[in-house]
Each structure stands twice: as structure tokens, then as C-alpha cells.
Design a binder for this molecule. Structure first.
Ligand code: PEP
Ligand code: MN
Length: 364
């Protein structure tokens, strides 16, 4: 199902239209000097379309630096006048939205802690109804695609058509190398559901550590994301928020120039036919895989009828453990990862169990 958000693409101001939309700037606006210094260096890199800065900061614990507020909007006006960079600011309340518009901010973004709350998103949407402004909606902190879509729809229904999503990763209970789990599938699913909606990746909040930022940024571009939002500070070590993940303007420029921009399809026809040949092989193999799965399910159903006739439990834990062990030792020997085999088998097993449960309950 495709979702019809009525959209006009958000503009890129780089000279090369193939470049993704690039938004860069500090996590927080701390002083006029810090903003101007960072913005001047970013401008010199010629690889930035918008200058970001947090003016009101949603901090996890009270007592941390909560942003400079209205005065920082004045500094951003100066940045814009001096460098010509368009500005982007996070808004979380109707008051923030009104102030940001009053000071001529070009791009408003709804943060991850706000996009989880439909009441907040709706009140922001009502306060900017019909305004000529670009709005970006970060994914909610929890991996819920419907909630993300709902937030985008609320803004879009308020007549905002210059709209994009920002993929900044999701909170996870378990420890990981990332600060926020990317769950790339969810960003891909959003692109599939809303083909006209630009999806911008925020590698800084996914990575949480500056050395991981370039890897995440490259992966985002490899997955055909439409842009990047990167945290850049003139002196990250003394940043008042997210010090560990911010890049210096020099590191940013180096990262951007090193990024590989890939094509959707090869330019030369002979290379295209090689790709087509591989794809034909994949299509044939996929058919075989799905036919085998269908056969497996029909045998599972026979087993389900047998279990019903002999009054046996649907879930046979020993058998499931045996399947898992046998398959995983086989597939790791032929080069598939244990994790992948386990996930695939779990999916197949779950479907088998569902089919057999229906048989038990007489619904087959
Ligand atoms: C930010 O961009 O600085 C920020 C607070 O991001 P998020 O809403 O993704 O946590
Ligand atoms: Mn931040």
C-alpha cells in the first residue's frame, strides 16, 4: 500500500543536484561566536545546504543544558545574514514554532521525543497550518512505523508540503555499538510506502560516537537515503550536549568528500546486462525457495492433522530445538550466519505453528 502524502521535494542548495541534501551544525546553539565560527567553516566546505542548531534541548535528565532559547534565534539570523546558509531548528511546542517562524528559520524539525506524541504533533501542525516552511519529522524513539507516518500525515494535513522524514535510529534496551539502533528496514519501508517523501539520515544520533558517524553515513547513502543531518561543532570536546558524537568542521568536510555516491543502475549497457543476468538467477532461486517453503507448510499441515488425530501438543519444544541445532550447524558450514538462519527458521516455525493451531481449532 502506498501512502499519498502531497509533497513537493525539499530543495538542495548544492551546485551538484546528485548530492544528497546536507544539513550540518551543532547539537546545541551555545553562543553567537560558536555558531558563527562553525557556520563559516561549514560554508567554506561547500557541502552544506542547511545549518542546524538546537535552541531548546529535550534532555533526558533535568539539570543538563536545556538550550539558550530565543536569544539563539537572533544568533541564527546573524549566521544566515553573514553566510547565506539557511537555518534549521528543532521545535517541540507551538510556542517554539511561532518563535522560530518569527525569526525567519527556514526549516523546522520535530524531534524524536515529540514525534511519539500525537497530541504534541497535532498542536504543532495546527500552529504552522499553511505556512511556507520546510518541516522534517524525526522517527519516534520507539520503532513504530505507524506513529512516524501518523506524525508526517498530521503535518502534511496542515498544508505543509515541503516535508521530509529523518531517520535517527531507535532506543533499545539492550547494549549495542550504536547509541540508537538503526533498524534500517523501517526507513526502507517508509521509502517504499511514501516514494515521494525524502528520507534523511541522522548518522550522529544513530552512531553516538564520532568515529562511527562516517560508516553510518555511507550506509545511509548506499541504501538510497536522500540526505544527511550531521552534528558539527567548532570544538566538540567542550560541547554542552552530545559532545561524543559531534564532528569538527574539518572532519565533516573530510567525511563528505570521502563519501561514495552510487548510481541506481550502471551507465554502460554491457554492465547492465551482467546485472540483469545476476537478477535472473536471483529470481529463479527465489521461486525455488518459496516453492520449497510452500511445500514445507503443506507437510506441516499434514503433521497438524496427525497431531489433532492423536491428541498431541502443537508446540513440541524438543523437536524445535533439534531443528534449530541441525540447521544452524549446517548453514554455518555453508557460509550463512547463525543469526540469519535462526531468524529465518523462527519465522517459518511461527507460520507452521499458526497453521497447525488453526487445524487444532477446526479452522483449516
Ligand atoms: C538533536 O537533533 O539534537 C536531537 C535532540 O535529536 P533527537 O530528537 O533525534 O534525539
Ligand atoms: Mn544532539
Amino acid at each position: 500500500m502506498k501512502i499519498d502524502l502531497s509533497l513537493s521535494p525539499i530543495a538542495n542548495h548544492l551546485e551538484n543536484p546528485r548530492w544528497p541534501v546536507l544539513i550540518a551544525g551543532p547539537c546545541s546553539a551555545e553562543s553567537e561566536e560558536q555558531l558563527l565560527n562553525t557556520a563559516r567553516q561549514l560554508k567554506a566546505s561547500k557541502r552544506v545546504s542547511y545549518f542546524r542548531a538546537g535552541v531548546w534541548k529535550p534532555r533526558t535528565r533535568p539539570g543538563s543544558f536545556e538550550g539558550m532559547g530565543e536569544i539563539a534565534l537572533k544568533w541564527l539570523q546573524t549566521v544566515k545574514q553573514e553566510t547565506g546558509l539557511r537555518t534549521a531548528v528543532e521545535i517541540a511546542t507551538t510556542e517554539h514554532a511561532e518563535l522560530a517562524l518569527k525569526y525567519g528559520v527556514d526549516v523546522l524539525w520535530v524531534g524524536a521525543r515529540t514525534s511519539v506524541n500525537p497530541f504534541s504533533v497535532q498542536s504543532i501542525a495546527d500552529s504552522i497550518r499553511g505556512c511556507n516552511v520546510v518541516v522534517l519529522v524525526k522517527n519516534p524513539v520507539n520503532p513504530d512505523l505507524q506513529l512516524w507516518l501518523g506524525a508526517l500525515e498530521r503535518i502534511n494535513r496542515a498544508g505543509i508540503t515541503q516535508l521530509a522524514a529523518i531517520h535517527r535510529g531507535f532506543s533499545a534496551y539492550e547494549k549495542s555499538v550504536y547509541r540508537n539502533e538503526p533498524v534500517w528496514n523501517m526507513a526502507i519501508e517508509l521509502k517504499t510506502l511514501c516514494p515521494a517523501l525524502p528520507v534523511i539520515c541522522d548518522p550522529s544520533h544513530i552512531a553516538g560516537k564520532r568515529n562511527l558517524v562516517p560508516l553510518v553515513a555511507q550506509k545511509a547513502l548506499d541504501l538510497n537515503m536522500d540526505g544527511l543531518m550531521v552534528e558539527v561543532h567548532n570544538n566538540p570536546c567542550i560541547a554542552k550536549s552530545d559532545a561524543e558524537q559531534q564532528l569538527t568542521p574539518g572532519d565533516y568536510a573530510q567525511m563528505i568528500y570521502a563519501l561514495q555516491l552510487r548510481e541506481v543502475s550502471p551507465a554502460k549497457p554491457e554492465l547492465r546486462s551482467e546485472l540483469d543476468a545476476y537478477r535472473q538467477q536471483i529470481d529463479i532461486l527465489d521461486d525455488t525457495i518459496f516453492q520449497s517453503i510452500a511445500q514445507r507448510m503443506s507437510i506441516s499441515q499434514k503433521i497438524g492433522r496427525y497431531k489433532k488425530d492423536h491428541n498431541l501438543m502443537v508446540l513440541q519444544l524438543n523437536r524445535w530445538e533439534e531443528i534449530l541445532e541441525k540447521r544452524c550447524s549446517l548453514t554455518t558450514a555453508i557460509g550463512l550466519s547463525y543469526e540469519f538462519t535462526k531468524r529465518l527458521l523462527e519465522l517459518i516455525h511461527e507460520e507452521s505453528i499458526n497453521l497447525q493451531t488453526e487445524i487444532m481449532n477446526g479452522r483449516d
